[in-house]
Ligand binder design. Structure first.
Ligand code: HEC
Length: 240
């Protein structure tokens, strides 16, 4: 008896599958999850149930107020008249971001990308605020790589297995452009912050991490060759 029931299972299953198909190829047959069959989202250019404040029923709407277009460069003369600032904005178009070419692109960024921001207390303290939100979990408040994901506050190893280098030993080996490249596009186990932090915010964080690494403000780390190109921009920024 038990065997017979087991033999019937495939037959019953096939019958069920066939029965669930409707004859009309354009109807979905039996629907047991209507939300999946009939999408709740609006289709493009179909009247919407929710009118705009002006009473317009079109489903294609303007983006939310203050939406920033992809690749937008602020309409600010401190940015637009400063070649170093513009380069930071356009860097994403000039590098491949392919993992195989990481080292090559990182080296090139070290030569091409310069720090456009003036060293001011405002920039540094904003950098500190952003650092404490975005970077401390791994890098630690002192920048020594002992974040709470790396070393548990109560002692012992945290869940993040790749320990970041101490800024004090690592940053003196790098140009500003190298650091900007890593903060924007990541390195190995560290993800990039190009999407989370604006260009200005990334440079502010860099000012702060250089300060906790004991590197003096305008000192460009490994290669102090960049200052000439950025001096003009820095002065402009100070004036504001
Ligand atoms: C998820 C953990 C994590 C977070 C969050 C993180 N980092 Fe890192 N970071 C790492 C690791 C791991 C490395 C070492 C990468 C390597 O050399 O393989 C590293 C390396 C670096 C380096 C050295 C780059 C080099 O060339 O050796 C800099 C600079 C840096 N991070 C800056 C930042 C800044 C600024 C932030 C916050 C905006 C940040 N990181 C957030 C994990 C993290």
């Amino acid at each position: 008896m038990r065997n017979q029931i087991i033999k019937l299972i495939p037959v019953a299953a096939i019958a069920l599958i066939l029965a669930s198909c409707g004859r009309d190829a354009k109807t979905p047959g039996r629907i047991y999850m209507p939300d999946m069959t009939y999408s709740n989202s609006y289709k493009a250019y179909v009247a919407s149930d929710v009118p705009t404040p002006e009473g317009n029923l079109m489903s294609a709407r303007y983006p939310a107020a203050k939406t920033i277009p992809y690749g937008y460069i602020p309409n600010d003369s401190a940015v637009r008249s400063n070649p170093a600032y513009l380069m930071s904005y356009m860097a994403k178009n000039h590098y491949t971001h392919s993992a195989e070419k990481w080292q090559e692109e990182f080296d090139r960024a070290g030569k091409e990308i310069k720090d456009p921001l003036a060293y001011t207390d405002d920039n540094k303290s904003e950098g500190a605020r952003l650092y404490n939100i975005n970077c401390t979990p791994c890098h630690g408040t002192k920048g020594d790589g002992a974040g709470q994901l790396v070393e548990l506050p109560g002692g012992g190893d945290g869940p993040f297995t790749s320990r970041p280098p101490d800024y004090k030993t690592r940053l003196p080996l790098e140009n500003d452009g190298n650091i900007f490249y890593v903060v924007s596009y990541g390195k190995n186990m560290m993800g990039g912050y190009g999407f989370q932090l604006s260009v200005k915010e990334r440079w502010q964080v860099i000012h702060y991490i250089k300060s906790i690494a004991g590197i003096n403000g305008d000192d460009n780390g490994a290669g102090a060759t960049a200052s000439a190109a950025t001096d003009k921009g820095k002065k402009d920024d100070k004036k504001k």
